[in-house]
Design a protein around this ligand. Structure first.
Ligand code: XMP
Length: 514
């Protein structure tokens, strides 16, 4: 892609995807690379600017992640954030050491507003701090441009060389004017024109797909989720009936979801494509019988999915291209991009390997964050209810049933989840909520229903507020709504006699239960 580009170099900090997203919100394209990436490779990408992220280490310790001194003399503007700022100083001859006072949380920072980085920023501004070390002495040539009560060098710059360092995290929303600072860097200092826009992305992608695919035959695994739906519609707009979508109904979908997907993408829907729905429920239940370990369940579902898909593909015959709805966070989270550890093996990444007879993979969304995929979906004219559909994991309800999966448990969680979602919608809360669903715990407990003893399962309700799904907070759902959901589930879902609300944030929890 011939885009002006900012490169984010990842030193293992927790907000690194946020940095990239904020840059893109300034209409500037941006990619994340590990600090281990070869400098030559970075140079060859001809970035308009480089951002060094935060990270958990001390830059002066042996073996800590580092970068070469040459990075700062390429003539490319560099902005260091937190660890990245300290590293810049350390590598260029400044002094970084353990701070006498650790700063953590929202902190008032006094900035020099004549700095290019702080144009149109208030003189006293609230920033998010999180550091043990601090910059004791700036490197030669640097001017100090911000300080706090406890941190004498909260920002420094060598404007003539376009080097900027800030101790705080402008990418975090708690930094009130952080987006403005990043905007000043990418649009001002780096001179990016702001050409990264969804309408042109969609139009370019359709053209590129046409060019790449030619008259070829294309196969797409459609899940009905936002990502694969947007990918499928984009492909169908580009190449119409050359596309065949295979929808594997693994019996782990939400209530009625299989039929809904068929309505939209099937022969009676608005799109011109070949659609095949495979009813594979029983195969999945058989494979999952007696399996309780989460990663094993994920693997079984992933592998069985591939097998079913493979069989369908064989019926279709040789295809030229395979479509995947991979998005950018999938790539970063799977350890293919930045430095992040693999927490869960996500089912849609690096799956579908060399089993179908195809030449190449098409991943039209691999550069996009989730909110950008949604914007692309709207650009493509996909109905809002589909575009803003709740995220749903590839392994489906399989990872929302703790422990063994059975058909009866699937029924319980489907019904409980449908009630929960319905009540959240009725209460007018659905638009502003990140993700919400019901899960079935593996806990049974004693209860009483109409004078009879019960020994039934407990449902956990989960709702999280999140910007990027990397971190999340439990949502504060009004008690009245929760109570109503509880009443309905207990009364309407056979086999459930207790309801919990999950208060855990991510970290330490994850959004899903397995
Ligand atoms: P976790 O549980 O990892 O979830 O905190 C973060 C987001 O990712 C979704 N998720 C998945 N999506 N395949 C997917 O396509 C998966 O295997 C998978 N596991 C989790 C989850 O629903 C949440 O939105």
């Amino acid at each position: 892609m011939n885009q002006e580009k900012i490169i984010v170099i990842d030193f293992g900090g927790q907000y690194n995807q946020l940095v990239a997203r904020r840059v893109r919100e300034c209409n500037v394209y941006c990619e994340i690379y590990s600090y281990r990436t070869d400098l030559e490779q970075i140079k060859s990408m001809r970035p308009k600017g480089i951002i060094l992220t935060g990270g958990p280490d001390s830059c002066y310790k042996e073996g800590a992640p580092t970068c070469s001194r040459e990075l700062f003399s390429l003539g490319i503007p560099v902005l260091g954030l937190c660890y990245g700022a300290q590293l810049m100083m350390h590598v260029l001859g400044g002094k970084v050491e353990k701070a006498p006072v650790r700063e953590y949380g929202k902190t008032e920072v006094s900035v020099n507003t004549s700095s290019p980085l702080f144009q149109n920023v208030s003189e006293k501004t609230i920033c998010w701090m999180s550091h043990f070390d601090y910059i004791a002495d700036a490197a030669k040539g640097f001017e100090i441009t911000a300080h706090t009560k406890d941190c004498p060098i909260a920002a420094a710059e060598y404007a003539a060389k376009n080097l900027y360092a800030v101790q705080f995290h402008p990418e975090v929303l708690h930094t009130m004017e952080g987006t403005r600072m990043l905007y000043n860097f990418v649009r001002g200092v780096c001179g990016c024109g702001g050409t990264w826009r969804m309408d042109s992305f969609v139009e370019n992608s359709i053209q590129e797909i046409r060019k790449k695919v030619g008259g070829g035959k294309v196969l797409c695994a459609l899940s009905g989720g936002v990502d694969s739906s947007v990918a499928a519609v984009m492909l169908s707009k580009a190449i119409g009936k050359q596309l065949t979508c295979v929808f594997v109904d693994h019996g782990l979908l939400r209530k009625n979801e299989g039929d809904e997907v068929e309505e939209v993408f099937g022969p009676n829907g608005p799109y011109e494509l070949n659609f095949i729905r495979v009813h594979a429920q029983n195969r999945f239940y058989e494979k999952l019988a007696h399996v309780t370990e989460p990663e094993e369940k994920r693997k079984i579902i992933g592998e069985e999915f591939i097998r079913v898909f493979e069989e369908e593909a064989k019926k279709i015959g040789a295809v030229d291209f395979l479509v995947q709805g991979t998005i950018y966070p999938d790539i970063v989270e799977s350890g293919l991009g930045g430095e992040s550890a693999v927490i869960k093996s996500h089912h849609n990444v690096g799956g579908l390997p060399d089993f179908v007879d195809f030449k190449e993979i098409v991943e039209p969304l691999r550069d996009l964050f989730k909110d950008e995929v949604r914007k692309a979906g709207l650009e493509l004219g996909i109905p809002e209810y589909l575009v803003f559909r709740q995220p749903f994991p590839g392994p489906g309800l399989g990872i929302r049933i703790i422990g063994e999966v059975t058909m009866d448990k699937v029924r319980m969680v489907q019904e409980a989840d449908a009630i929960y979602r319905e009540e959240i919608e009725n209460a007018g809360l659905s638009k502003n909520m990140g993700q919400y669903f019901a899960a079935l715990t593996n806990m049974r407990s004693v209860g009483v229903m109409g004078d009879e003893r019960t020994y039934d399962y407990a449902v956990a309700l989960r709702a999280v507020e999140t910007v990027d799904f990397m971190t999340a907070e439990a949502a504060e759902i009004p008690y009245e709504v929760l109570k109503k959901v509880m009443n309905r589930i207990i009364n309407e879902v056979k086999g459930v006699n207790r309801i919990f609300y999950d208060l855990t944030s991510k970290p330490p929890g994850t959004v899903e239960f397995e």
